[in-house]
Design a protein around this ligand. Sequence first.
Ligand code: ATP
Ligand code: MG
Length: 151
Amino acid sequence: MAVEKTLSIIKPDGVAKNIIGKIISRFESQGFCIAAMRMQKLSLQEAEGFYAEHRERAFFADLVKYMTSGPVILMVLEGEDAVAKNREIMGATDPKKAAEGTLRRDFADSIEANVVHGSDSPQSACREVSYFFRKSEILRPCCGGQCGCKS
Ligand code: ATP
Ligand code: MG
């Protein structure tokens, strides 16, 4: 299995619920290294650009409003098979459909306010990591330069 980087966001509801530590603890205890991290309030343009693939969806305006409603935690997670593993730890988009023991099942309120974001493929992980982090801000290249991501 390849060592990968993936972008994780603790969304505004996760920050507001004071569960930042609980969420990060799940990632660390399941073998991830946090390679970069910061708290930020996304601008409208940043949120729109980040979720551009959903621009035509009926929920897009609400999604952007929600993602800019308070600070988020942006993180680069690194580990073996990080993209798929992070999605497993997060659970399905709709918390009602998320498996037991997943972050969304345990902490999310709705299909919109679902606590965390995770890149959905190695390609989107590369785009998303470089959308929010310069190379110089990724302070723990735990893989020793072995990951596929060039940026
Ligand atoms: P994310 O990209 O945030 O990790 P995801 O990949 O599980 O979530 P997507 O289909 O990419 O799900 O949707 C992006 C986000 O848009 C969801 O996480 C959720 O916040 C919101 N969303 C998705 N579907 C709906 C919906 N039907 N109604 C309201 N909001 C939705
Ligand atoms: Mg998605």
